[in-house]
Design a protein around this ligand. Sequence first.
Ligand code: CMP
Length: 212
Amino acid sequence: LRNFILFQDMNEQELEELSKITYQRVYDKNEIIFLEGEVGDAVYLILDGLIKVFRTVESGREKTLVLLGQWEFFGEMALLDKSLRSASIQAMKTSQLLVIDREKFNGLLLKFPQISLKIIVTLSNRLREANNQIKALTFKSVKERLHLVLLDLADKYGEIAEEGTVITKKITHQELANLVGTTRETITKLLNELIEKGIIIVKQRYLILVDK
Ligand code: CMP
């Protein structure tokens, strides 16, 4: 539990207490955890896995807002502002989550103000990131946005290898399209251009950025 920034200031006894009010759940790859518009009754902390936060439109197209990984959390907004879930959540691979139900979570916030402060810091970071996305979607071309997404993935999941920076998460063209905010066909075309120019290499379905 101490690995979650939310709980970093808690002592052994408090963590022990906390462990009694949380429970674990495992979600399979592609399993939906909840959908936008549902009533929110719990907050989720990621022990292991990869989680997609996304919104959809009626045509079926979707925009990935963010990918979350180990030691991050989600589902706090509907509990804090007593609204419905603001986005849908799906496991991108088998994910082990720690769940805290609404009442227990509210009790924790009242008892440990430092948890609220940590949540405010996280919300600020997420707002900054969302502002970056607004700027990119407003002013940058699809090509430039793809470059930003690739660099971001390389920062988060990159490993240096002989050929360049390997993005260690296998990501489909559709997933890249959802992150960039465009269609799969456009992504395929733009990736092929980057491959032809020798800027990226694809090896066993992993993307390698030759020179960041
Ligand atoms: P909630 O609205 O309860 O359910 C969806 C969750 O997705 C939300 O809480 C946040 O935890 C998370 N979320 C929504 N939008 C973003 C975003 N832009 N960046 C990071 N996380 C988000």
